[in-house]
Design a protein around this ligand. Structure first.
Ligand code: AMP
Length: 204
């Protein structure tokens, strides 16, 4: 295993954005709507989208909207769930990988920033993994939690509670930013810079 030092002072523009979101659509049409709006806004700025490669739920909505708006969409899906999550056949590139760990590592390696939309347990897993990898200095890329209509309020309250009770530090709350509008997401991305691409993934 290589131990490559984190380089923090090499600003690089964000080119590829990873979107984590539900493989379901949720109970309201508003979730699909916002997924499409985010994807379209990213595509209009010529940002490439990296996601889980499925054609279901919000994941499918993000991919379809981004493709329709003319940007590249890269999917990464494990062999054993490509039927369950209905692998998307119209992507710019679909990587079918051996397992979930490979998928997650490749999603991070191929992305300069992360957006978390509403989702379920899988989205939570991905959220905590990307947050904790940042805490461990395995990457230093922007993480944006999209808090649509307070969807993630309970998660944010839990993180507050963890800090208040001394199981994390206030600096852990700086690992991520919260946006409540599509414009807010774009603004954070525009203000963000990422360390040199590829430098930070050697320890994953
Ligand atoms: P969900 O939010 O549960 O609809 O899942 C969203 C995505 O997270 C899907 O593509 C899942 O395959 C993926 N995912 C990542 N890690 C996990 C995990 N530990 N358990 C279930 N799904 C996961």
């Amino acid at each position: 295993m290589s131990f490559i030092p984190v380089k923090r002072d090499l600003p690089v523009l964000v080119h590829s954005v990873c979107v984590y979101c539900g493989s379901s659509s949720g109970v309201s049409e508003k979730y699909t709507q916002i997924a499409k709006e985010i994807a379209t806004a990213l595509a209009q700025r010529k940002l490439r989208i990296v996601y889980g490669g499925g054609h279901v739920g919000l994941m499918g909505a993000v991919a379809d909207a981004a493709l329709q708006a003319g940007t590249e969409v890269i999917g990464i899906i494990p062999e054993h769930i490509k039927a369950k999550e209905v692998q998307h056949t119209g992507l710019t590139k679909l990587h079918v990988v051996a397992d979930m760990h490979t998928r997650k590592r490749m999603m991070v390696e191929n992305s300069d920033a992360f957006i978390i939309l509403p989702g379920g347990l899988g989205t939570l897993d991905e959220t905590f993994e990307i947050l904790t990898w940042k805490k461990l200095s395995l990457h230093n890329k922007p993480i944006i939690i999209f808090n649509l209509d307070g969807f993630w309020d309970p998660l944010l309250a839990l993180i507050d509670q963890i800090v208040v009770q001394g199981f994390a530090t206030p600096s852990d709350q700086a690992l991520f930013k919260v946006a409540t509008t599509v414009d807010g997401v774009i603004e954070i991305l525009e203000q963000s810079s990422t360390p040199e691409k590829g430098v930070l993934t050697g320890r994953m």
